[in-house]
Design a protein around this ligand. Structure first.
Ligand code: PGA
Length: 247
């Protein structure tokens, strides 16, 4: 399976930064793995004209198509700009926008109806780890997919331990492998062997140019979701390169 490297720029970047990225050989390196850059939505059109279509993603979408949601952007609108991927359920949206699991799943459904591929983010807090609840939290987040009968065909799951995001702390390889295995088994059980084995699982949380190679070699890690280290062109290029070393 080709690895998927996703840059989540969050509320960072500029038109200038996009132009700089467009000058790099990130697009050429797409033969090594699939690369998606998710800039703030105001820059999606710039990204779309600077990169090939396949490289642009969004960081969120609304759970309805049109209507009274001041400040929101719908999946239908994103699809007009040929956006392929949309990150949904990121822990920062769950925290700062109070997004519930059910709301995230409604967004997944409307994104799929509009032809987008959702990247569903799940992960536990450090307090869950301390209480020994981490696996339950992850399984509960996954269960909402079946409760709302989500279509598994163009879904990607990103496992992001919340305590690892932006902190420089990364779980050890065994812990990542164990969690990815838990998610894979859940997918096989609920989506069937074929779909369950082909859904790409990303790891996210303090991935950088120094640890990406090792993380990408862990079993069931089909790619990475990168925040801070995706903002610097050279680090992001190195992450893409490291993805190809074993494939
Ligand atoms: P980070 O962010 O790479 O800066 O830890 C990852 C994410 O939030 O998706």
């Amino acid at each position: 399976m080709k690895k998927l490297i996703v840059a989540n720029w969050k509320m960072n970047g500029s038109v200038q930064a996009l132009k700089l990225f467009a000058k790099s050989d990130i697009i050429a390196k797409q033969s090594l793995c699939d690369v998606v850059i998710c800039p703030p939505s105001i820059y999606i059109q710039n990204a779309h004209s600077l990169f090939e279509n396949s490289i642009t993603g969004a960081q969120d979408c609304c759970e309805i198509d049109d209507g009274p949601r001041t400040g929101e952007i719908s999946a239908r609108m994103l699809s007009e700009f040929n956006v392929n991927y949309v990150i949904l359920g990121h822990s920062e949206r769950r925290l700062y926008q109070n997004e519930s699991n059910d709301r995230c799943v409604s967004k997944i459904k409307i994104a799929q109806e509009n032809g987008l591929s959702p990247i569903f983010c799940i992960g536990e807090k450090f307090s869950d780890v301390e209480k020994g609840h981490a696996e339950d939290v992850i399984l509960h987040q996954l269960d909402s997919l079946t409760v709302h009968s989500v279509d598994f065909t163009n879904l990607t799951i990103a496992y992001e331990p919340i305590w690892s995001i932006g902190t420089g702390s990364v779980p050890d390889n065994l812990t990542i492998a164990k969690t990815m295995n838990l998610i894979r088994n859940w997918l096989i059980e609920n989506a069937g062997i074929r779909a369950g084995n082909t859904i790409r699982l990303l790891y996210g949380g303090s991935v950088n140019e120094h640890n990406a190679h090792e993380i990408l070699r862990i079993s069931n890690v089909d790619g990475v979701l990168v925040g801070g280290a995706s903002l610097k062109r050279s680090s992001f290029e190195n992450i893409i390169t490291s993805c190809s070393l074993d494939n």
